[in-house]
Design a protein around this ligand. Structure first.
Ligand code: SF4
Length: 239
């Protein structure tokens, strides 16, 4: 069984265990984009408080948010932490959409994914995970988001080495859906995949794994048995 097909089976197992995840939890693509910037290094509950501050002032609209002075933005997003850096990132992101796409997220969503990704990555404070989250959840592009939970799962299940890079995990995860030729259907899988990985990560695969009740323990046992079998074969060869 290849790593990609095992990962696909893990996805199917999680989907059967947890059901549809209905991500991203937001009311508009703009709110998703803002949330994706604010969630870096912060619990989602803190992001929700910042979003509530913006919503209370009717600022979750593109023109209103763009017109907001940066010092006021900083205060409103204070609950998410790193408010100076995050406010600057958000402003740069809004300016990108204003200058390149006339302030339209619909037009941004129509840009080629590679172009949009490069533009996002050029903004200070936006790394690959945030860029892919914006591409996928705000713009509807088939981007695979790699987070710490996914990295842990693939490493602990022997699907990738300890020091695996972002792009390598992303490639592996996309290979799990290689048969999918429809970009919209692939985007749906990417959406569910990331949401399900976050779910299993929060429930079981934290810094200390809690495998006993985890839906993915069957694959872990398979991997460990394979490891033991390989070890015995190697011992026999060395005898
Ligand atoms: S908790 Fe254990 S079985 Fe579950 S994903 Fe993590 S390593 Fe695998």
């Amino acid at each position: 069984m290849t790593a990609a097909s095992r990962l696909r089976t893990l996805y199917d197992t999680l989907a059967a265990a947890y059901g549809p995840q209905h991500w991203w939890p937001s009311e508009s693509p703009l709110e998703t984009m803002v949330g994706a910037c604010l969630t870096q290094g912060t619990a989602w509950t803190s992001v929700e408080r910042s979003l509530a501050n913006l919503r209370a002032r009717d600022l979750l609209q593109f023109d209103a948010l763009l017109a907001l002075p940066e010092d006021e933005l900083r205060e409103l997003i204070r609950p998410s932490g790193f408010m100076q850096r995050k406010a600057a990132t958000l402003r740069a992101l809004l300016e990108l959409v204003a200058n390149e796409y006339g302030g339209s997220l619909e037009r941004f969503a129509e840009a080629p994914a590679e172009t949009a990704r490069a533009q996002l990555l050029a903004i200070t404070g936006i790394g690959p995970e945030t860029a892919d989250a914006i591409l996928l959840y705000a713009l509807g592009q088939p981007a695979m988001v790699v987070d710490e939970y996914l990295r842990r799962v693939v490493v602990r299940h022997g699907l990738a080495p300890e020091r695996v890079r972002y792009a390598e995990v992303q490639q592996l995860a996309l290979a799990a859906f290689a048969e999918e030729t429809d970009p919209a259907a692939l985007a749906d899988h990417c959406n569910e995949f990331h949401a399900l990985v976050v779910q299993v990560g929060k429930a079981h695969c934290g810094r200390t794994p809690n495998c006993a009740q985890c839906p993915l323990r069957g694959d872990l046992e398979y991997y460990q048995q394979e490891q033991n079998r390989q070890g015995r074969l190697s011992d026999l060869r060395n005898d």
